[in-house]
Every structure is written in structure tokens, then in C-alpha cells.
Design a protein around this ligand. Structure first.
Ligand code: PRP
Ligand code: MG
Length: 181
């Protein structure tokens, strides 16, 4: 269907709710990093929307950089082996870094990424995610800033895709069954 919003059967979070939540998270970050320079690192591609809106919700200076990572092959995501497709342009030694993603599912991507980035000796390293699924809490990924915990359902929108579509939805929700058939 050409009407992408019509494929959502259940809206979990509206555009307005998402923006309110990001303003809350931005306030926390402003308080926690008062007087410090921060670099926020978005994980391509899903984190593009969160980065854009979180950065604009922050009423302070912030640097932005990006990483793209991928699991080796398909079906090996559970191995936790990740390769870097695009590394940071920034040297994060002695920098205060906040990694930003839109969802933590199994936690494998971020647990690998955090140990990789930690080895570069940043002054501090925290994670901010809009959504976190319960399975992620089984991994030892300490996430400082979480928007919402969500059930283990397949969600799309606001950066989250199904076969590369629906990332551009303003809301987050679940897809109608007809989309999958
Ligand atoms: C998705 C999502 C997270 C990651 C979470 O990205 O954007 O980055 O998976 O999964 P995990 O916690 O199980 O590791 P994906 O690798 O699908 O790429 P994308 O961001 O380009 O959609
Ligand atoms: Mg991603």
C-alpha cells in the first residue's frame, strides 16, 4: 500500500509521545553532563530519527558522530560477532560519549559496540535507547537512558524497519498481518 501509516495496526507510541520522551531524556542528559562536552554517537541506520530529535531537544552544545555495524552474514547475529562498516570520524580518547540507538533487542549489537568503544579510553561511555526489549536485560549491557521497555513484539516506524520499509513513519507500532503475506 502507498499509505504507509495505514499498514500500522497498533500504534504503540505516537509522534507526540516520542517527542515528549526525548525531551525527558534530553533533560536528564543536560543535568548529568553539565559543564562537560559530549559526543553523541548514532548507530546507523535505525538511530537516525532519534539522533535528529534528541540532538534538537538538547538545549546545549553537542557533537554528533555515526557508526554503522553489521553482524557477520545472516543468521549469525546470535554469535554476537559484529563488524564495523563505518567507524567514528572522531577520536574518543578522554571524551564523554553517549551511544544512541532506537532499540535494544537481544543486546548483542550494543554489548559488542560498548566493549569496542571502551577500549578507546573515553572519559565516560553511556547508552541511550528509545526502546528496550526484555531479552536485552539478559545481556550485561548497562543502559543509562531508556525511553520505554516494550514487549517482545516486532515494531516498526521512527527508524525501525521491516525489509527496509517503514523507517519513515512518525509513530511506532506493529504491522498489519497482510504486510507479511
Ligand atoms: C537493529 C536496531 C539496533 C539493533 C538491535 O539494527 O536498530 O541497532 O538491531 O538489535 P540487538 O540488540 O539484537 O543487537 P540493525 O542491525 O537491524 O540495522 P539498522 O539499524 O540499519 O536497521
Ligand atoms: Mg540499528
Amino acid at each position: 500500500s502507498a499509505d504507509v501509516e495505514a499498514d500500522l495496526v497498533n500504534v504503540l507510541f505516537t509522534e507526540a509521545q516520542i517527542q515528549d520522551k526525548l525531551r525527558e531524556l534530553a533533560k536528564e542528559i543536560e543535568n548529568d553532563y553539565a559543564g562537560k562536552d559530549i559526543l553523541i554517537v548514532g548507530i546507523l541506520r535505525g538511530a537516525v530519527m532519534v539522533m535528529a530529535d534528541l540532538a534538537r531537544a538538547l538545549n546545549r552544545h553537542v557533537e554528533m558522530d555515526w557508526m554503522a555495524v553489521s553482524s557477520y552474514g545472516s543468521g549469525t547475529k546470535s554469535s554476537g560477532v559484529v563488524r564495523i562498516l563505518k567507524d567514528l570520524d572522531t577520536d574518543i580518547t578522554n571524551r564523554h560519549v553517549v551511544v544512541v540507538d532506537e532499540i535494544i533487542d537481544t543486546g548483542l549489537t550494543l554489548s559488542w559496540l560498548i566493549s569496542n568503544l571502551a577500549s578507546r579510553n573515553p572519559a565516560s561511555l553511556e547508552i541511550c535507547t528509545l526502546l528496550r526489549k526484555p531479552e536485552a536485560s539478559q545481556m550485561d549491557v548497562p543502559v543509562k537512558y531508556v525511553g520505554w521497555e516494550i514487549p517482545n513484539e516486532f515494531v516498526v516506524g521512527y527508524g525501525l524497519d521491516y525489509q527496509e520499509r517503514y523507517r519513515n513513519l512518525r509513530d511506532i507500532g506493529t504491522l498489519a498481518p497482510h504486510v507479511y503475506s
